[in-house]
Design a protein around this ligand. Sequence first.
Ligand SMILES: Nc1ncnc2c1ncn2[C@@H]1O[C@H](COP(=O)(O)OP(=O)(O)OP(=O)(O)O)[C@@H](O)[C@H]1O
Ligand SMILES: [Mg+2]
Length: 326
Amino acid sequence: MPLLELKNLRRAFYGLEVLRGVDFSVAAGGITGLIGPNGAGKTTLFNVVSGLVPPDGGSIRFDGREIAGAAPDVVSRAGLVRTFQVARGFPKLSVFQHLMLYGRDQPGESLWQAIMGTRAARDREAALAERAWETARFLRLDALIDNPATALSGGQKKLLEIGRALMAEPRLVLLDEPTAGVDPKARRAFWDEIHAYAAQGITVLVSTHYMDEAERCHEIAYIAYGELMARGTALEIIRQSGLIAFIATGPGADRLAVKLRDAPGVTAAAAFGATLHVCGPDREALKQAIEPYGHDPTIVWQEAAPTLEDIFIHLMGTARDNAPGA
Ligand SMILES: Nc1ncnc2c1ncn2[C@@H]1O[C@H](COP(=O)(O)OP(=O)(O)OP(=O)(O)O)[C@@H](O)[C@H]1O
Ligand SMILES: [Mg+2]
C-alpha cells in the first residue's frame, strides 16, 4: 500500500485548472523528485496535500486514511510535513526557538510542563534541545543558532525551513524547492543528509528545478500543466522519452546552437560551454539537420545518451501542445 496516494486530484483558481486530475502515489521509503516547469502546479499540489488549500475534487490517502480537505495541523500530526518555497517563520524567534517549536508535539503543554519543572518534561526538553543542536549543526546553522530568523540570509532561511520540517520527525516530508538559492556545498551536504534521513525511513517528495538533484532521487515524477506526464528512475525517463541526442565538440561548435535550434527535426539545441547538444525524436531527421555542419573537420559529432535536462526541455516543448488554450 502506498504511503501517499492521490486520485483524480483537481483544483482550479479563477476558472484556470491548475491540477487537472492528478493520479500519483508515493511508496514508503525512498526519495521522489517532482520536476516540472514554472507554474506546472507543484506548489499547488503540496498546498492541497498538506491541507493548506482544499481540493475541488479527488482523493488524498495518507497512510490509508483519507485526508482531502483536512486541516493542516491534522495532516501534520498524521506525520506529513512540508516546507515552503518562500521561507516562512516568526521573524523574532531565533533559529533555536524555531527548531524547538516545530519539534514539540504539543507546543504549549510541553513548554509549560518544562517551566513547571516535572522531571519527565525537563528530560524531554533536554532531548529536544539536543536534537535542535544536531539539526542546526547538520544545516551549518549552529553558529547562528541564537540569531533571529530575520537576521538570516535567503539561503539560510531555506535551510531553517528544512530544519523545522525535519524536527517534526515526519513519516513523509514534502520539500518545495528546498535548495533554491542554497550554495553548492550546502546543497551537497543537504542531499547527503536527505539520503541519510531516507535510510532511516523518512519518505521524501521534493520539488526541484536542478537536474543534478533530480538525478539524486530514487524516482522522478514530471508534472506539467497540472498533469503527471512521466514517472520513473532517471534512466527509465531517459529511455521512455525516445529522444535522440547528438553532441558536437570543437572550436565554435557551441555557436551552431542558434542555427540549429529552429531546424526541422530539432526540438532543442543548447550549448554547454564549448560543446553543443542537439536533440530530437527522430534520428534520421536529426542527422539531416546537422548534415550541413558535419563537414568541418575541427568539429566532432557523436551520438550520445540525452541528459535529463535534454529530456526536460523536450518534454516542456511537447507539453505545450496540451496546455489549456493551446
Ligand atoms: N492562490 C492562487 N490564486 C490564483 N492562482 C494561483 C494560486 N496559486 C497558484 N496559482 C496558479 O496556479 C498555477 C500553478 O502554480 P504553482 O505555484 O503550483 O506552480 P509551480 O509548479 O510550483 O511553479 P514554480 O516552479 O514556479 O514554483 C500558476 O499558474 C499560478 O499562477
Ligand atoms: Mg512552486
